[in-house]
Design a protein around this ligand. Structure first.
Ligand code: AMP
Length: 607
């Protein structure tokens, strides 16, 4: 257990780490491990394929199944109804081999996109790793998405195979199936409550059990180019459709390194990542990193429930826990007393990611669990953790920590001539940028080469986040440089929400922003103007909220609708979300010179 004391520095409490006990942290703070860091040495910790190259599934499963860890528990699944299923590395090897063979039997080639729309059931994990074994590309979708986000992502990603459940298929895929002509095979996973109704099967729709039963449990992974596409994760854009961030098998090196240094994995750890694999954290750390380390990965099917979570931490004897600020704030709301009823003494490390972690939450963690909650920063494009509070570091509550070994981060300002100024002075905000070259870096946005190129300048990758670095090299999140909304850890593109709203006949125009919320960070709020013939009313607002939920699903849909007479536009006709936000929050409106009706704006300029 960490021995910690709190002192004050820069007006913030610093949680100073004392003796950290056993096992010693993988990244001590003497500087030597950072100085000695070398990506090739990390790569040497992985095996590589007998057939040549590097394959994520081989490193995460098969190599352990062939050695002393074969009978170690790889996946411990906790069902929402308290059922429990356990897979050893040997079991996982067999099940994923079956799935790889099943894909092959369906004619799925290497490089084919296999989408998955499932709750956190064991089959999701088998499908992910089996797809990687086949050399196909795994593209997870969040099961709380509505039909529109699903259709858009599958169309962009050219999904040929979809693994889903009968219920999700009927509710979310069937309504858009005619807009997915490239979808050839649907594999339906029967749940305990929803065996597959016969009328769904046939015509490219298969029963998971049937395809798995017919497949052999031996599969030899073909040589895999480490640079070949492995994962496709969608991320929202401020304008236009979501972007498919492409990740390759070489990412295994980064997932392994960050499991070691950012999450401090040790032999025999029991790890629980609360993220859903529909988001990048739930894949990189909810599937891959723990298995690459040969430890036990706990998966909980159920949604957040404070008592349940504490019970899991206690009963499953979780040693390393990776969660998110919204969840921490929900735990705080329930109160520290609830935690006191549980034996959490096995916990050695708590990490958090996805949105700003408020300093109070870090301090609360220290009081409640005897260790701070360690914030870390990364994004879909980086594929893995970049900046982190590691186990041995003194923690400054509110800071994201320092760049991990092998990562160079900087604060930059874009110049008008297309170049960048690197800001070396401490505490000056600018855009957070990274030097490209780490193994899990995205290799492009699918079919959006130009957009990908725009993310780079002067040898830096621009993250779209604003941050500052203090004199000790700690990074502090300031905000997004764009209009993207972070709600309960999910990145939401306002354009996607606006597009769905204007499909309703009553809506003429929509402008969507995030408004602060003490628990979720931000909530999606839409301002709409009405089409002629429609009157504002509470009933209409409710109808629009219902419309949003039906189209987009609860994770993305607006929680609040305000009907307004007009929306602010730029002279070129774009809705000024920034201004909507400033007005909503009572903040200064900033530069409004591009506003359509700004004094001096030429009449009719908004064309
Ligand atoms: P996503 O690509 O959906 O994982 O979202 C990535 C974005 O989430 C980042 O660009 C940040 O805006 C935000 N984010 C992630 N981690 C943190 C953090 N520790 N503190 C503040 N914001 C974060």
């Amino acid at each position: 257990m960490a021995v910690t004391a709190t002192t004050t520095l820069f007006g913030f409490d610093v949680i100073r780490k004392g003796a950290l006990g056993d096992p010693p942290p993988n990244l001590p703070e003497d500087g030597a491990a950072r100085a000695a860091f070398d990506w090739d040495a990390v790569r040497a910790e992985l095996d590589g394929l007998p057939a040549g190259g590097l394959n994520l599934a081989h490193e995460a499963v098969d190599r352990h199944a062939a050695g002393p860890l074969a009978d170690r528990e790889a996946l411990r699944w906790l069902g929402a109804d308290d059922a429990q299923r356990s897979f050893t590395y040997r079991d996982l090897k067999r099940a994923t081999a079956r799935f790889a063979n099943a894909l092959e039997a369906l004619g799925v080639e290497r490089g084919t996109r296999v989408f998955c729309l499932l709750g956190r059931v064991p089959e999701l994990y088998v499908a992910a790793l089996g797809t990687l074994k086949r050399g196909a590309v795994f593209a997870p979708l969040f099961s709380a998405f509505g039909p529109e986000p699903i259709q858009q992502r599958m169309e962009i990603g050219e999904g040929r195979v979809l693994v889903t459940s009968p219920r999700l298929y009927r509710r979310k895929v069937a309504p858009v199936r005619d807009r997915l002509p490239g979808l050839e095979h649907v594999i339906l996973v029967p749940g305990t409550e929803d065996p597959i109704p016969g009328d769904l099967l046939g015509d490219g729709v298969h029963d998971w059990n049937a395809v798995m039963d017919a497949a052999s449990e031996d599969y030899t992974i073909a040589a895999t180019d480490p640079e070949s596409l492995a994962l496709l994760h969608f991320t929202s854009g401020t304008t236009g459709l979501p972007k498919g961030a492409m990740h390759v098998h070489q990412a295994a090196v980064h997932h392994y390194a960050t499991g070691l240094y950012a999450l401090d994995f040790h032999d025999h750890d029991v790890f629980w990542c609360t993220a859903d694999p529909g988001w990048v954290t739930g894949t990189s750390y909810g599937i891959l990193a723990p298995l690459l380390h040969g430890i036990t990965n706990v998966v909980d099917e159920a949604e957040f429930d404070a008592e349940r979570w504490y019970r899991i931490l206690q009963e499953q004897r979780v040693t390393v826990w990776y969660t998110a600020p919204t969840a921490v704030r929900m735990l705080m709301k329930v109160g520290a007393d609830v935690a006191k009823g549980y034996d959490l003494s096995r916990l050695r490390f708590i990490g958090s990611v996805g949105e700003p972690l408020n300093p109070e939450a870090v301090v609360w963690g220290n009081e409640t669990f005897g260790m701070p909650i360690h914030d870390n920063w990364w994004q879909t494009e980086t594929g893995g953790i970049m900046i982190a509070n590691t186990r041995a570091m003194d923690v400054k509550p509110g800071s994201m920590g320092r760049p991990l070994p092998g990562i160079t981060a900087g604060i930059v300002a874009k110049r008008d001539d297309g170049g960048l100024d690197v800001i070396d002075d401490p505490d000056v905000p600018g855009e957070l940028a990274l030097r490209p070259g780490w193994p899990s870096m995205f290799r492009g946005y699918l079919h959006r080469e130009e957009r990908y190129r725009q993310a780079f300048r002067d040898g830096w990758y621009l993250t779209g986040d604003l941050a500052k670095r203090d004199a000790d090299g700690y990074f502090w999140f300031v905000g997004r440089a764009d209009d993207l909304i972070k709600s309960a850890g999910h990145l939401i593109g306002p354009f996607e929400v606006e597009s769905a709203l204007i499909e309703h006949p009553a809506v003429a125009e929509a402008g969507v922003i995030g408004v602060p919320d003490p628990v979720a960070g931000e909530l999606v709020k839409a301002f709409v103007t009405l089409a002629p013939g429609y009157e504002a009313s509470d009933a209409l607002k409710l109808e629009l909220i219902g419309h949003g939920r039906k189209k987009l699903g609860p994770a993305v849909a607006p929680k609040m609708i305000e009907i307004v007479d007009a929306l602010p536009h730029t002279r070129s006709g774009k809705i000024m979300r920034r201004l909507l936000k400033a007005r909503e929050l009572g903040l200064p409106e900033g530069d409004t010179s591009t506003l359509e009706n700004a004094p001096g704006a030429p009449k009719g300029a908004a064309s």
